[in-house]
Design a protein around this ligand. Structure first.
Ligand SMILES: Cc1ncc(C[n+]2csc(CCOP(=O)(O)OP(=O)(O)O)c2C)c(N)n1
Ligand SMILES: [Mg+2]
Length: 730
């Protein structure tokens, strides 16, 4: 547990006058939420009202957050997993007068959430969007709304805090050691990702993590007795958590004790179960109606009366509430940040390299020389025959093996490139194997009964997410929001399990990296459950997500080079299990063409007017090249285009419209795509007169060669398709 700053709770009993100010401040949070929801005539008022005292105590007395600098790297994080209660966090951001920063990390000289934003809750351009949105509203640490995503993401933030602390703290310079708080409700507890994330957090002994659970026994359909009766406390004790309970959300002293208990607990994350009653003051028992919808101004006024609030006043923010937050959270946060900045000056002087790294991390920059080790795969290698004679053979490598090499070459130069797999590192080949890479986890003796002999500590760079692809996705989101560069790996077919987190990464514009291997029916014998069909198209459908499916080992190297330079988009690197030959780049265009998303690999049409264009991604590039050579030998003016990333190609063409024509001339309508996956979407490039060689069903369990025969991926079948398309376009 990181050092606790003095909290108000250490200062003894509060005066009656102060208690009154506290109540006024809490009621300001509540009434702002009520007025905003009622004005918008949409949103959830009940939960912000019930949780206002909990957030008051947490924010004003515990949270180490400087309102003047919401991106101070060592701030405590607060995550509202129950994003439907967004007015809670907007009220808090306003009361704390948290300042806004822009995309260039600059202060813009205004508060993040103005009263006007609150008055225009849920309207276009208001900073108070329906659900909290990272990037759009300063002070929002992660986008939430899909229940539980905040909880799961907070585990990644806690991991990053541990990792940053161990990696960058030095004697007398404890630069990183913040806590992470996440608040959720029944919905967050019911979702499966909570189990995955809590299980891992308990296993990792993340004692810098505190979940608050609003145990109001209400969700949309009414009382949770319809669907949720498990014993949450026992469940979390079984996960290895410290579990504590506050019997009444309005009991500020019990809340203080619970947060103090969290700060004093080591070796375990903490769950604080808070019993609360959702609803309006005058109708606290009427839980059924108070959940989802605004109740009308009449009810709002009755409730204000119940709180002793001026009934007719709307959006009232008493000066004493602002002062209460300024004196509490404001003063504490400023002092902590000022001290940290002063300490950072000393750190810079004593450990300039480390200090520089922490600055680069915050700005998502890459260190000089980050790509200097990236290898070029030679066309041929020497191999020994059975009888021992050495022979020069064509070099080949699977996508995953090439990727594993390149990843290690880059990671050596980029200390904060860290990650792991959902229990598949021996298959995804994502392990960092160089000296000092080590493994992430609570420091412990060498663990060597199954698996690599290694050092395990909080600064280890190899992560073990376990078989938890969904939590892995949210966790790498949390790590990325803490600015380290994380990757998560697994079989491509199971990208479905990570999809909710991938979508959020795209919405948040954060550069998480997925390494998905076993990328097509090419996995062969494992059969249809393990053969991705619709996954490429499903990912290509997510706005802002980059997919990259390189087609030879040197394209894999170029793919990693491209991925590392991406700062605002998540990326899925999609790699084969089976070997791909190294393409002869003296004959074909250089692999650096990948940087434009798609490029002409070979063309037999000196006039730039091919009779046929072949397009392919991944391992199928090899088939396309082979078909191209055969057509060429037949005298056809053919062209072969590698298209590893549709998204990068489209971005590039937007900036350079002539590039599209140079790769895919409109005059050539005879076009064939080859991809061992569903064809849905390829119409975009092959047009109405072209054709796609692809899958229209699930795969089957058989050796790859047989599958290729069955599903039409043989050289002969591809050539026949090409000829048919050319004939139809004559
Ligand atoms: C993954 C997901 N499923 C469904 C919803 C729709 N939804 C919003 S709030 C809610 C009920 C949440 O209940 P609870 O977490 O107990 O919050 P409370 O009603 O107590 O505020 C539902 C189902 C959602 N936001 N996310
Ligand atoms: Mg509930």
């Amino acid at each position: 547990m990181s050092d606790a700053s003095k909290t108000a709770s250490d200062h003894g009993a509060r005066s009656e006058a102060h208690k009154k100010i506290e109540q006024t401040t809490i009621n300001t949070i509540r009434t702002l939420a009520m007025d905003a929801v009622q004005t918008a005539n949409s949103g959830h008022p009940g939960t912000p009202m019930a949780m206002a005292p909990v957030c008051y105590v947490l924010w004003n007395e515990f949270l180490r957050f400087d309102a003047e600098d919401p991106i101070w790297p060592n701030r405590d994080r607060f995550v509202l997993s129950m994003g439907h209660a967004s007015m809670l966090i907007y009220s808090l951001l306003h009361l704390a007068q948290v300042k806004a920063v822009n995309a260039a990390y600059e202060q813009v000289g205004k508060v993040s959430v103005t009263l006007d934003d609150i008055k225009t809750f849920r309207q276009l351009d208001s900073r108070c969007a329906g659900h909290p949105e990272y990037r759009w509203t300063s002070g929002i640490e992660t986008t939430t709304g899909p229940l539980v995503q905040g909880y799961a993401t907070s585990v990644g933030m806690a991991i990053a805090a541990k990792w940053m602390g161990t990696t960058y703290n030095r004697p007398d310079f404890e630069m990183f050691g913040h806590d992470v708080y996440a608040m959720g409700g029944d919905g967050c507890m019911m979702e499966g990702a909570a189990s995955e994330a809590a299980s891992l957090a308990g296993h990792l002994k993340l004692d810098n993590l505190c979940w608050i659970y609003d145990n109001n026994k209400i969700s949309i359909e009414g009382h949770t007795h319809w669907s949720f009766s498990e014993d949450v406390a026992t469940r979390f004790i079984a996960y290895g958590w410290n579990v504590t309970r506050v019997g009444d959300a309005n009991d500020l002293d019990m809340l203080r004790r619970a947060f103090k208990n969290f700060k004093e607990t080591t070796g375990r994350p903490t769950l604080i179960i808070v019993d609360s009653h959702i609803g309006y003051g005058s109708s606290l028992q009427d839980t059924h109606t108070a959940h989802g919808a605004p109740l009308g101004w009449e009810e709002v006024e009755k409730t204000k009366k119940f709180y002793g609030w001026p009934e007719k006043e709307r959006f009232l923010v008493p000066a004493e509430s602002l002062k209460c937050f300024a004196d509490g959270m404001g003063a504490r946060g400023k002092k902590l940040r000022d001290e940290w900045m002063a300490k950072f000056d000393g750190y810079k002087a004593k450990h300039p390299d480390l200090a520089e790294q922490t600055v680069m991390i915050q700005k998502r920059q890459l260190p000089a020389g980050w790509d200097k080790n990236i290898e070029t795969f030679p066309l041929t290698v020497k191999k020994k025959d059975k009888d021992g004679t050495e022979k020069e053979v064509t070099n080949a490598s699977s996508g995953r093996a090439a990727s594993g090499k390149i990843l290690n070459q880059i990671a050596k130069q980029v200390p904060w490139l860290i990650g792991g797999s959902a229990d598949l590192a021996p298959s995804t080949l994502t392990r960092l194997t160089f000296e000092g890479a080590d493994d992430f986890g609570p420091p412990q003796e060498l663990f060597d009964h199954h698996g690599p002999k290694t050092k395990i500590h909080w600064g280890g760079r190899n992560f073990h997410y376990g078989i938890r692809e969904l939590a892995m996705g949210s966790i790498i989101n949390g790590m990325s929001l803490s600015k380290v560069r994380p990757y998560g790996a697994g079989f491509f077919v199971f990208s479905d399990f990570s999809r909710p987190a991938i979508r959020l990464a795209a919405i948040m514009e954060i550069p998480v990296i997925y390494v998905f291997t076993h990328d097509s029916i090419g996995v062969g014998e494992d059969g249809p459950t393990h053969q991705p069909i619709e996954h490429l198209m499903a990912l290509r459908a997510i706005p802002g997500l980059i997919t990259l499916r390189p087609g030879d080992p040197n394209e894999v190297a170029e793919a990693w080079r491209t991925v590392m330079q991406i700062r605002h988009e998540p990326v899925c690197l999609i790699l084969s299990r089976q070997d791909m030959d190294v393409l002869d780049r003296t004959k074909y265009a250089p692999a650096s063409g990948l940087q434009n998303g798609a490029y002409v690999v070979g063309c037999n049409a000196p006039d730039g007017k091919p009779e046929l264009i072949l397009m392919a991604t991944g391992t199928e590039l090899q088939m396309a090249v082979k078909a191209y050579e055969a057509l060429k030998a037949d005298g056809v003016k053919a062209r072969v285009v590698s298209m590893p990333s549709w998204e990068i190609f489209e971005h590039h063409c937007q900036k350079h419209p002539e590039y599209r024509e140079s790769v895919l001339p409109a005059s050539c309508t005879a076009r064939v795509s080859i991809e061992q996956a569903g064809t849905f979407g390829w119409e975009r490039y092959v047009g109405t007169k072209g054709a796609s060689v692809g899958m229209s069903s699930f795969g089957a369990s058989a050796p790859l060669k047989e599958l290729q025969k069955k599903f039409g991926f043989t050289h002969e079948a591809i050539l026949a398709k090409c000829k048919a398309v050319m004939a139809a376009n004559k």
